[in-house]
Design a protein around this ligand. Structure first.
Ligand code: ATP
Ligand code: MG
Length: 278
């Protein structure tokens, strides 16, 4: 069943007063970020998005989340146009985004509180989700008393505790060390195997993209559209060792080949931008 449908989504922003960009000889005070993005995602699918820095991945997630409006085109969830944040869509950011004045438990509870879940029930649910993420015994710690990996576990527990139909994750593991990142990738997969919510996950790591995904979506350089979709036909449940397999290596080559030109274009873009910046 189709859960998310992004159709011909374009997004551009006004630049600051006095700023202009010149693309193909045309000077404009607007910057085109998304240039006709089409993407359909099935219920329960795990999609990863890769693309050069500044290509518009976060903006695309924001459009799906209902946090920003497309300039034209439409994003739909279950056939309904997204015009504002949806109660059954959850978002996890790169930075932990926890409330520093709330404990781990209270942070998870918060998401349930705003959804009107009664106190006793939300406490139980929040505990269950913290335990699911290996945080038993850390319920009463404040974020500053938790490692980065633990904070991100709390953020994911908070997102999943609301039973989202759509989970949007914007480079959630980018700030973590390599070992913690590996552990959280497998934990996320283990839990996703149980709940099978629809996930859209942005990453700069090709290995992470392949390891997690049913399909890897490669975006072009800005203004972005979908360049290629690589179906990842690796068995599940997946063990981290799968990254050493021949099949994985072939996917690695394939995704990189698709991405390489776009990263090159984006770099030229940046070089030009800094050369002409004043
Ligand atoms: N509110 C805004 N106003 C103006 N420009 C914006 C705004 N939000 C994003 N942009 C521009 O849109 C472009 C795409 O940004 P976005 O954050 O989506 O890139 P990204 O692909 O997520 O990059 P990264 O991989 O570095 O996170 C950038 O050039 C950015 O400057
Ligand atoms: Mg981003």
């Amino acid at each position: 069943m189709e859960r998310i449908a992004v159709s011909a989504v374009r997004k551009s922003f006004n630049l600051k007063p006095g700023q202009t960009v010149t693309v193909d000889g045309v000077t404009s005070s607007r910057i085109a970020v998304l240039d006709g993005v089409d993407l359909t995602i099935n219920s329960g699918e795990f999609i990863t998005l890769v693309g050069p820095s500044g290509s518009g991945k976060s903006v695309l997630l924001d459009v799906i989340a209902g946090l920003t409006e497309a300039t034209s085109g439409v994003a739909r969830i279950d056939g309904i146009e997204v015009t504002k944040p949806h109660a059954r869509t959850a978002y996890v950011f790169q930075q932990y985004a926890l409330f520093p004045w709330r404990t781990a438990l209270q942070n998870v509870e918060y998401a349930l509180e705003v959804r009107g879940v009664p106190a006793a029930e939300r406490r139980e649910r929040a505990k269950d989700f913290l335990h699911l993420f290996g945080l038993k015994g850390f319920e009463d710690r404040f974020p500053s008393q938790l490692s980065g990996g633990m904070q991100q576990r709390v953020a994911i527990a908070r997102a999943l505790s609301t039973d989202p139909q759509v989970l949007l994750m914007d480079e959630p593991f980018a700030a973590l060390d390599a070992q913690t990142r590996d552990i959280l990738q497998s934990e996320l997969l283990r839990i996703w195997e149980q709940i099978k919510t629809t996930v859209v996950f942005v990453t700069h790591s090709i290995d992470e993209a392949i390891y997690l995904a049913d399909r890897v979506v490669v975006m072009t350089a800005r203004p972005a559209s979908v360049k290629e979709i690589v179906e990842i036909d690796l068995p599940r449940p997946r063990d981290l060792d799968i990254r050493n397999s021949e099949a994985f290596n072939a996917y690695r080559g394939r995704v990189w080949e698709s991405l390489r030109d776009e990263v090159g274009k984006a770099q030229r873009d940046w070089t030009l931008a800094s050369t002409y910046a004043n």
